[in-house]
Design a protein around this ligand. Sequence first.
Ligand code: HEM
Length: 486
Amino acid sequence: MLALLFVLFLTFVGWEVLHFYRRRASLPPGPFAVPLLGNFIIFIRPPFIHVGLKRLTAQFGPVFTVHLPYPVVNISDFETIRGTFRGNDATGRMHNVLIETARFCKNGGIVNSDGADWQEQRRFAISTLRDFGMGKNLMEEKVRLSARNMVDFINKKDLSDTDLRWSIQVFVSNIINEFLFGFQFPFDDCDKLMNFVLGLNTAIQVISRSKLMPIIFMLPWIRHLPIVSYFWGKHKERFDKMIGYVREQAEAVKYNPSEEPTCFVQAFHKNNKDKRFEQLLSCCSDLFNAGQETTTTTLRWAMLLMASHQEVQEKLRSEILSVIGRDRVASMADKAKMPYASAVINEIQRRANIVAPNPVLFHRTTVDTEIAGFKIPENTLINGDFHQMMKADPLFEDPDRFWPERYIAEDGVTLKKELVERTIPFGIGKRQCAGEGLARTELFVGLISLIQNFRILPLPGKTIDLEPIYANIHFPKPQNIRLERI
Ligand code: HEM
């Protein structure tokens, strides 16, 4: 009996190895990989996947296959990313057990669904954001109100030694909370919101560092083994808590079919074709998660970059004071008259480069296709490496330097189109960020309000630490700064 089991085991292993190398041969070249561990032993070390990918690009060029430990085709040059993601062939997502755990129904939500369900929910979310907002300026008004509240709140703090993290976090989280559930939290009474945010932040960091998680993605059954099941249980606990917040808020929203919807939950009940409550929860959860850590983290980087580049800050402030003045809250109509502000925001997003290679955002080919002359079979994962592209594209001269002037043409007022189109923090193509319009409004109104009201400075005798905390999102290290009222 034992001998039979052993033979069966050997057959299974032999078949897996054969399958691994046969699949490997069907994909673009890349470093030698071994089954189960892929390239994790030598080339790739979480959470520094971006470093490994950069090194491999130098060796194999802009399109190669890497095993994380499952095969992923990495693309890092702008034209190939754009060509691939503008079409329909790579609009699928990876299906894995972690994502299934965080979802309320199969193929639900926007970020990790694909096919017809994805198209329908993405279209609904974007049109609801538009209906509440950008056209009628209602969303912009919510952003402006939240910015004013943030400035008032900061004004009550001790400005000589402070950390703006929570002020920025509440500013951003309140906007998406109001869009989804119809209310904002007071700045000084928002523990519930903050517990959610801390849970999300910890989950991102723990998952990014985990060497076990990628193996669970590939062989989901190992999560039932002793020890592995303990770590898996911890992840699940964190997700269950976060999911609990979204469910509680969505259930509390009152809906009257005879009234005009005032938040996403009501709009969903009234107008979405798929009426399942689980679908509603999946969409709320995706918008809530995607809509806050990203914008908050970018604005936190903005504060550190402003503190460490006083000349940029002064130039930006002088543009703000001449176009908007000292008292009025910025609106998006001002942006067209503020080329330097646009250059600064592009450069903040390019330099902060917060979205690192992340399995949750890998694309998947839904048909056999071709990329840069390579035949790519259906169901291949693709990483459009925006992160590396924004750091290494030859058009970004001296890429580590924070230098907004790189975007300004010789006439001093026009933005250089070829640089702006290569600045792709929101991705590109069919799966480009669904909240980009809102995020751009938050970044503009948020940054302008802070610089209009406060001079951002390092603490006396201290320098600003611009080395990130490496995870799927590159977070700034927590550090205090000094503010002076303008
Ligand atoms: C500075 C802020 C933000 C950044 C840098 C950012 C970046 C991204 C990136 C890189 C993607 C993946 C693109 C791809 O898969 O090719 C994405 C997807 C997404 N983002 Fe954002 N995002 C931001 C803010 C927001 C906000 C405020 C919302 C919600 C209101 C949002 C909702 C989404 C959704 C729903 C998706 C999934 C789109 C899809 O798969 O079809 N994001 N974002």
